[in-house]
Design a protein around this ligand. Structure first.
Ligand SMILES: Nc1ncnc2c1ncn2[C@@H]1O[C@H](COP(=O)(O)OP(=O)(O)OP(=O)(O)O)[C@@H](O)[C@H]1O
Ligand SMILES: [Mg+2]
Length: 240
């Protein structure tokens, strides 16, 4: 596997608390990789360290052969890594269109309207609401906007932190359909999800993170079939 991203023995701490205790993971170009894990496992910490928003204490993050640890977040975006953050974090007092524009801050101005048109094609709801304040969008629409804003950076690697959080099942289905379309365009996707079943159906491979350590790594199909994963993350037990 030629890795687009290779994380090795990554440690990240908040003061005295070590949230990532030596995490390693690889993502090949074009793959969809899911990271499963309970609340507090360190999933968001990993995403934020990758984006340069948190400083790694030790370890390395090699992306296209280059070390990202110690690099500034805006430079990491320029290298092709964009994140749709947990909790969506759209700018509530800006319009949909302005939020999308902010996602494109690293792009040449001449390319922005073309990318915006692609986002609107994927999420027609956003186009209908393009002049609406983002803070007044529904949760599902805000999630579309957060993903759309990340796409405006034209990422090679898209990081998605809990895109289904707090959304109704039908909306979640729509979001995952969009993620499939995004992956089909060749964008590499690293996806953090509590909705393990949906994530593993979308993904090629998956990892399970438990209190700062990777405890499983396998094909998505094997993880879906694994009794331990079923019991812990898919709401099934093998007792019945
Ligand atoms: N800013 C912070 N200061 C101190 N500790 C933090 C901070 N952010 C996260 N932590 C701690 O780091 C650990 C990992 O948190 P993280 O947010 O990465 O988990 P997560 O897997 O994303 O959880 P969730 O599924 O609830 O989003 C937790 O124990 C959390 O309390
Ligand atoms: Mg999180």
């Amino acid at each position: 596997m030629s890795a687009l991203l290779q994380i090795s023995d990554l440690h990240v701490s908040y003061g005295q608390i070590e949230a990532l205790k030596g995490v390693s993971l690889e993502v090949a170009k074009g793959e969809v990789v899911a990271i499963l894990g309970s609340n507090g496992a360190g999933k968001t910490t990993l995403m934020r360290a990758l984006s340069g928003l948190l400083k790694a204490g030790a370890g390395s993050i090699i992306y296209r052969g280059e070390e990202l640890v110690g690099q500034r977040a805006d430079l990491i975006v320029r290298k092709g890594i964009a994140q749709s953050p947990e909790g969506r974090r759209v700018f509530g007092t800006l319009t949909v269109e302005e939020n999308l524009g902010l996602g494109a801050y690293t792009r040449p101005p001449s390319e922005v309207s073309g990318s915006r048109a692609e986002v609107y094609k994927m999420f027609p709801r956003l186009e209908e609401r393009r002049l609406q304040m983002a803070g007044t969008l529904s949760g599902g629409e805000q999630q579309m906007l957060a993903i759309g804003r990340a796409l405006m950076a034209k990422p090679t690697l898209l990081l998605l932190d809990e895109p289904s959080l707090g959304l109704a099942p039908l909306i979640v289905k729509g979001i995952f359909t969009a993620l499939r379309e995004i992956a089909n365009t060749g964008v590499t996707v690293l996806l953090v999800e509590q909705n393990a079943r949906m994530a593993l159906k979308l993904a090629d491979r998956g990892y399970v993170l438990e209190v700062g350590r990777m405890v499983h790594e396998d094909s998505a199909a094997n993880l879906l079939a694994s009794p331990e994963v079923q019991e812990a993350y898919l709401g099934k037990t093998d007792a019945h």
